[in-house]
Design a binder for this molecule. Structure first.
Ligand SMILES: [Zn+2]
Length: 341
C-alpha cells in the first residue's frame, strides 16, 4: 500500500471513530430508554429512606433545630455517595444554601436548603427544578411529629428520582437540560426556604428555569380514594403552560397510568392548595409548575403521620410519574412555552 493511500485509510478510520464517539442520541433513543429508568424506582428503597428520614431521631425536622440538620446531612450524604454534584454557585456551599436566622422574622435559627445537581448535555443553562420541603413541625409536648407523609414522602421521592437520573447518565443518557434537586427548609412556617431561593438567591436565573415539579405529601390515600392506590392530585399543570399540561397527561398515559385527579386544581376550590406549597414561589414568577399531592388525611400535622402508614406502592408510582415528566421536560427538543403572563 502506498504511503498516501495509507494516510487516507488512517484518516477515514479516525473520522469514523470520532463519529461513533460523538453520536448524538436522538429523542427516540431517550424515549426508548425511559421505561428502564422508571423501573429503577423501587417502593422498598423509598421505604428504607423514609423509615430513617421520618424516625424519632430526626425529631420532626423543625426549622433550625438539630433534627432538621440531621435531615439536611442525610440528604447531602446521599448525593455525595451517589456522585451527584453540588451546583456550582456563590450561593451554594457544599450542597447547602445557607439562610441566616432572621432573614425572615419567623426564622429563629440559621437553616439551609439542600441542593443536588445533574448538568445537562445540550442546554445546561436551562433548568428543571424538582422540589420538596424537608422540614416539618418538630416536637410538641414531648411528642415527635414525624412528618412521614408531610413531606418525608416528597423528600425521599426526590432522592430516588435523582438516583434514576444518575443511573441513566452513567449509561450515556445524560439529561439534555440540567436538573436541580431542591430540598427546601422552612416550608411549614411560610414557604420561606423556597421564597429565599426565588426572591433572594436564585442559584440559577429564574428566566432559565423551565419548570418546577413540586411534591408535598405523596405517600397516603385520602378518604375520597379509599381502596384506590392508583391516583394522584395534580394542581397547577394548566395554569401557565398548556404544553406542560398536555405533556404531563401524555407521559402519564404512555408510561405510568395513574388516575390524575384535578379536583383541587379548580380556582374556586376553597382549599386553595395552589398557593400553599413551595411551587407557588416559582409560579408567581411565571415559571410553569405541577404540584403533586395525595390529599389530606386524619394524620395531617399530627404526631401520627408516621412511616408505617405510608402506602409505598402509591408513593413509588407517583415518584415514577414525576421522574418520567421531568425526563420529558429535560430531553424534549423545545423548551415548554409559557402561554399566560
Ligand atoms: Zn408539607
Amino acid at each position: 500500500m502506498k504511503f498516501s493511500s495509507l494516510l487516507v485509510w488512517i484518516s477515514i478510520g479516525l473520522i469514523s471513530l470520532q463519529c461513533s464517539s460523538q453520536k448524538q442520541l436522538t429523542k427516540e433513543d431517550y424515549d426508548k430508554a425511559l421505561p428502564k429508568y422508571i423501573e429503577s424506582i423501587k417502593a422498598n428503597s423509598l421505604k428504607d429512606h423514609l423509615y430513617i428520614f421520618a424516625s424519632d431521631e430526626f425529631e420532626g425536622r423543625d426549622t433550625g433545630e438539630e433534627g432538621q440538620k440531621k435531615a439536611a446531612n442525610y440528604i447531602r450524604d446521599f448525593y455525595i455517595k451517589n456522585n451527584i454534584e453540588s451546583p456550582e454557585s456563590p450561593f451554594v456551599e457544599n450542597y447547602f444554601q445557607h439562610i441566616p436566622a432572621k432573614t425572615y422574622p419567623r426564622i429563629n435559627k440559621d437553616t439551609e436548603n439542600v441542593l443536588g445537581f445533574i448538568q445537562g448535555s445540550e442546554k445546561p443553562e436551562e433548568i428543571i427544578v424538582i422540589s420538596a420541603h424537608y422540614d416539618h413541625v418538630g416536637v410538641k409536648n414531648g411528642e415527635v411529629y414525624n412528618g412521614a407523609d408531610d413531606d418525608g414522602s416528597g423528600s425521599v421521592a426526590i432522592l430516588e428520582i435523582a438516583n434514576a437520573f444518575k443511573k441513566a447518565e452513567k449509561a450515556g443518557f445524560q439529561p439534555k437540560r440540567s436538573i436541580l434537586f431542591l430540598h427546601v427548609t422552612a416550608e411549614e412556617i411560610g414557604l420561606l426556604g423556597s421564597k429565599f431561593y426565588t426572591d433572594m438567591q436564585p442559584v440559577f436565573p429564574l428566566e432559565n428555569t423551565v419548570a418546577n415539579l413540586n411534591t408535598d405529601m405523596i405517600g397516603r390515600i385520602d378518604d375520597a380514594h379509599l381502596g384506590n392506590e392508583n391516583y394522584v392530585y395534580l394542581i397547577g399543570s394548566d395554569k401557565l403552560s398548556k404544553e406542560l399540561h398536555k405533556l404531563s397527561e401524555e407521559i402519564n398515559q404512555k408510561y405510568v397510568g395513574l388516575e390524575l385527579d384535578y379536583t383541587y386544581n379548580d380556582e374556586n376550590d376553597p382549599n386553595r392548595f395552589y398557593y400553599r406549597s413551595d411551587h407557588y414561589n416559582f409560579a408567581k414568577n411565571y415559571i410553569p409548575i405541577i404540584f403533586y399531592f395525595n390529599g389530606v388525611h386524619a394524620d395531617y400535622h399530627q404526631p401520627s403521620d408516621t412511616p408505617d402508614k405510608i402506602n409505598y406502592n402509591a408513593l413509588a408510582k407517583r415518584t415514577k410519574l414525576i421522574f418520567a415528566t421531568a425526563w420529558e421536560l429535560a430531553n424534549r427538543e423545545n423548551r415548554i412555552l409559557v402561554d399566560k403572563k
